[in-house]
Ligand binder design. Sequence first.
Ligand SMILES: [Zn+2]
Ligand SMILES: [Zn+2]
Length: 303
Amino acid sequence: MPSAPTKLYADDVSLLVVLLDTNPFFWSTSSLPFSKFLSHVLSFLNSILLLNQINQIVVIATGCNSCDYVYDSSLSTNPGIENGKLPALCSELLKKLEDFVTRDEQLNKQQSQSQSQSLPPTTTSSLLSGSLSMALCYTQRVFRSGPLHPHPRILCVQGSSDGPEQYVAIMNSIFSAQRSMVPIDSCYIGSNNSAFLQQASYITGGVYQKPQQLDGLFQYLSTVFATDLHSRTFLQLPKSVGVDFRASCFCHKKTIDMGYICSVCLSIFCKHHKKCSTCGSVFGQAQSDVASASNLKRKTPET
Ligand SMILES: [Zn+2]
Ligand SMILES: [Zn+2]
C-alpha cells in the first residue's frame, strides 16, 4: 500500500491540527467551564508556537451540526502582542470561535424546528466525522504543497460522547489517516471513554488520554500532546490500558458487542439479513438456522 512519504525539514518541527469540541450540550453539563477550558487550550497553543518559530497550528471547531476552521497560524498576519492587548492568536481565534458557535447554534435551532413534529430529539454528539475529514483535507494539502513541510499530526480535544450514526464516516477517516501516516492524538475530557477516539489513536499510532483532573488540563496537554513526532521515539508516553473495539451496526447505528458481517463488503449488522443492504450480496442462512434445519432433517426419518 503506498503511503505519503515523510518529508521532514527538521526533526522537531510540528504541524498540529487541533479539533476543539464546542458542543453546547456537553459544555452545559461539564464540571470544567468552557472559558477555563479555552484558557488551558490557548496557553497550550501558544506554548507550541513558542517551542519552535516554524511550528504551525491549525484549529478546527467541532460543533453539534457543523465544523469550521477557526485559526491557522500560517495565515495569521499579525503575530505578537498588539498595544498590550491580547496576543493575536487569542483575539483572532476567540472572535472566529464566537462566530462559529453562534452559527452552529442557529443551525441547531433550525434543525430542531424542522424535526420537532414527530421525530425523537436531535443528537447531542459532536460532528467529529466532519472535523476529522476537514483536518485530513488540510494534511493532504500540506503533503501536496511541495517537498518541504513538517509532518502533520491531529489532536482531538473532545468531551461529547460518541455518535454511533457517524461510525462509518469516522472509521473511514481513521483509515485514511492511517494510510497517510498522520497520527490522531486524543484528549478526552468527557465522563466515559470514547470508543471512537480510542480506536482512532490506536490505529493511527497516536496517544489517547483521559485526564483525571480537568483543572490541570494544560499540564496534560503540554506534557503529553506537545511532544513532536520525532521526540516520541525517545519518550515513554502514556499507553491506553484498553481499547473499546465495538462497532456500530449499519442498520440501526447502534453499538453492538456481536453481530453479522457481510463477507463481501464488511458491513456490520445486528441481525441476520437475507441480503446485504450495502452491496446487495445475498446471504445463506445463519449458522444456527442451518444447524437446527439439519437436525430436523436427521430426525425426520427416525420418527
Ligand atoms: Zn442494527
Ligand atoms: Zn455487503
